[in-house]
Write a protein that binds this ligand. Structure first.
Ligand code: GDC
Length: 353
């Protein structure tokens, strides 16, 4: 693709979208449009040389504005978050279907060249994720359908819609199923954060407050794989430009328990904490891993960044953010003020993944 074609990143104010805009700039793309519902001062990354638009993409006219003149569209906008959010906001998650529907129609009407949709590992059949000792999920495991309630159903429906827009309207659609993406410049507090960022924040809080305890949701034995943002960016762009018509897993296959994730963060922070398990907290599936055979076969590549390496960068970034925000308020036993981590209503649109 020529570097002066217009590339649109929907959800550009969020975690993955912000990194994608930064990456496109680094590659020399000269015309980038970044669209997000959030006010500009809440975007994780915002660049002056990019066309930044604050638009609610649940509105069809706004989707037409977003897609106008575009060569490629990355559709990452969604109302979403980690387990603490998606298990308690199912209707809000499902309303992202408005964004996905209107964006597809607008992309078709604008005659755009290539359209990327960020689906999720939450589309996979829950019956295949009942054990911590999980067999890695193959793309075919999405059917028969029994996805994550709310969020996963919307993702599965929207990826299906991408398929039919491709078949019926000849729109070039490509779909990745993201497996828990993490990294700097993402949500680390407020209720939408996922486990990697949450663990960094909790360890930092424990360290700075002197209260050397950490609350872990579930029994800590549940398993996941976590993909560092750089792998996500590379895979996203490769998939869009590939001839893979069906959704592909885009995730790490380095499986860890949540306890092992905490071990890594403790090691980075140089501390050991007393673990308290909250069995009533949102937990999601017992085990989830990405089978990367298909992506390896089709693209000759798969995510490979080690969890320890990605977590170190993530921890350092969150540490700095934490200090910027709470430094003045830190006493010997005081960290973030109580209630600081309840959901921030204003952060209503985040990124797919
Ligand atoms: O939120 P998440 O990272 O999402 O949680 C992973 C596991 O970590 C869960 O079992 C959760 O209970 C546990 N956990 C323990 N303590 C904590 O303090 C905490 N905060 C959080 N958030 N979790 C904690 C995600 C979805 C995404 C996306 C990806 C795709 O599910 O939330 O929206 O679709 O999946 O893979 P996770 O991995 O369950």
């Amino acid at each position: 693709m020529s570097k002066d074609q217009l590339v649109v990143v929907a959800g550009g104010g969020g975690f993955i979208g912000g990194h994608l805009v930064a990456d496109l700039r680094r590659q020399g793309f000269t015309r980038i449009r970044s669209v997000d519902i959030k006010p500009f001062d809440e975007w994780y990354q915002c660049f002056d040389d990019v066309e930044n638009l604050q638009l609610d993409l649940m509105d069809q006219d706004n989707c037409h504005t977003a897609c106008k003149g575009a060569g490629e569209v990355y559709q990452l906008a969604a109302d979403m978050g980690g387990m603490g959010f998606i298990e308690t906001h199912k209707a809000e998650c499902m309303l992202s279907v408005l964004i996905n529907t209107h964006m597809l129609v607008a992309a078709r009407d604008a005659g755009i060249g290539k359209y990327f949709y960020s689906s999720s590992a939450c589309v996979y059949n829950a019956d295949k994720q009942t054990s911590e000792d999980v067999v890695a999920l193959k793309e075919a495991d999405a059917y028969p359908a029994q996805p994550e309630d709310g969020y996963g159903w919307e993702k599965l429906f929207s990826e299906r819609m991408c398929r039919h827009f491709r078949e019926d309207f000849k729109l070039h659609t490509r779909v990745a199923r993201y497996h828990n993406v993490y990294g700097p410049h993402g949500t680390w507090e407020g209720g939408r954060e996922k486990a990697p960022a949450a663990m960094c924040r909790k360890v930092i809080e424990a360290k700075l407050s002197g209260d050397h305890a950490i609350e872990i949701w579930g029994d800590g034995k549940q398993t996941r794989s976590f993909m560092y943002i750089d792998d996500c960016l590379k895979g996203t762009q490769m998939i869009l430009h590939s001839d893979c018509l069906e959704p592909l897993n885009l995730g790490s296959n380095e499986l860890v328990t949540i306890n092992q994730l905490v071990d890594i963060v403790e090691d980075i922070a140089g501390i050991k904490l007393d673990r308290k398990y909250n069995l009533d907290a949102p937990k999601g599936v017992n085990g989830r891993n990405s089978d990367n055979d298909l992506i390896q076969e089709r693209l000759g590549w798969a995510p490979s960044i080690r969890l320890r390496d990605g977590m170190e960068k993530t921890y350092n970034w969150i540490y700095d953010e934490y200090m910027k925000k709470y430094k003045g308020k830190l006493g010997p036993r005081a960290a973030a003020p109580k209630g600081a981590h309840v959901r921030d209503k204003e952060l209503s649109v985040e990124l797919g993944g």
